[in-house]
Design a protein around this ligand. Sequence first.
Ligand code: WT7
Length: 566
Amino acid sequence: MSNIGSYEEKYKTFDWEISAEELEYGKNGMYNIGYYCSDRICDKGFGKKIALIWQGFKGETKTFTYDDIRIYSNVFAKFLKDNGLQDGDRVCIFMDRIPELYISFLGILKMGSIAQPLFSAFGDEALFTRLDDAKTKAILTTKKHVRKIRRIREKLPELTKVIVVDADDKSLKDDEIAISMENAPRVEHFDVFKAGKETPSVLHYTSGTTGKPKGAMHVHASIISQYITAKWVLDIMPDDIYWCTADPGWVTGTSYGIIGPWANGVTQVVLDSGFSSENWYQFIEKHKVTVWYTAPTAIRLLMKDGTDVVKKHNLSCLRHLISVGEPLNAEAVLWSEQAFGKPFYDSYWQTETGSIVITNYPEMKVKPGSMGKAFPGIKATIVDPKNFEPITKPGTVGLIALKPGWPAMFRTYWANKELYDGKFKNGWYICGDRSSIDNDGYFWFVGRDDDVINTGGHLVGPFEIESALLEHEAVAESAAIGKPDPVNMEVVKAFIALKPGYEPSADLELSIMNFIRKKLSPLAMPQEIEFVKSLPKTRSGKIMRRLLHAKEWGEEIGDTSTLEDD
Ligand code: WT7
């Protein structure tokens, strides 16, 4: 028996109050996520239960009970407060997947600041853009990554505290401070900040087609959605060992890698090392993982290595498998049935939605290739791209649209209300994805409705790549698009027109690729560069990415006169 039981019945009778009541949300005026993910679990008598088993890349492990994460998050909360940080200040977390990342996240929330997690593989430029936009006050990092901050700190006047969590004082510069979570005096009691439901909690940066990445602002009440979706979709039960493979630099890693699981009081495992099938299966077998939340790209990589390597391990511990971030192709679902004896259940959502909105449920029939149905409490449809009216004819492709108002929905884009307002049409929040709905109400994903590149489940903005490319000495003009890739779905391809005096060469290609990898991230690095004499432009001089995209995907280009008028 699953937690949700009958989907149809739950959909009919659901109210978010059901989740709030289970959480006892608001009891004694407490709404803070940090409290619900640590103190509350201890108050309920589970202080000795294991909250986190962490495994590093050398295979070393560390284990933390709920009592430990309560006390260590207090340590961070007190430290930040003692250092003058206040509620509402943005505090960035910039580190690999070490225990301090997960625990300081709660600490930041507990003292009332806003947690701004950023992917540790970001280079100087990607980091700068996001810290500059958020006017971030403090950053928590490690010795390994502090160098990047040193290189940009001068340009960030608001960034007053650089805090290193694994350093001795000697390795630091005068204007940096150290804290050691495990060696600092234990903080048995911390007065958790009395956040309201609508108090900002987490700021996640995500990429759009134009302009810089934007910060999706979430509030403490998001836990109402994250708790119940973790319980009903991921089907987390008290004795589970839960593994979310996502990095908390992205929303999956916070909504379902911290908040959802810990609000449910489950034991979760974290693997802080790169991908290999052998490593992953060993990890599942060793820790007896029962619930596994991962992404299609990872599943496709596992598929490539075949079922022989699966059979070398005892993976009978696995009970429920869920996928997110990109289209889960039917082959991957069927392969998973062969390899693990159970299908992957697809789930769809976004940084902006904060929690799963369309998905498959344990006791619902899975149609391989479909994303499933709307979560109880979510009204989802597809609308006509011209008038934003719901489309009722099954099988017609339209834009995915959601009725605003569920607790985890973002409240604005940081310092960009205009862009936020533009996401709503005719009373619907427009996700920016195309899909159809079949006769049974299942959603079938078709594609994005913009130029954002989805590589391995990570969104990369073409504008950010193009801007960075222009900073390379040889580049005159550039366009970045996604090109088809069998594993990552899409990878970045750049079209480049060179400045006079530069000639295309393999060396130059490599130099440009490395330039982007270092400045932005390995994800944003073009896997292919095509040197061109010039780029197709609209009459107003805008580069026609869509034309390049259509050519690359072998699609009809159609009437280019409309493109030219863009
Ligand atoms: C975009 C959101 C979902 C949290 C992690 C990514 C794409 C997401 C699916 C799915 C097809 C999917 C959409 C969406 N996407 N889930 N199950 N099938 N596409 O959050 O970085 O904000 O990306 O990822 O295009 O809009 P994100």
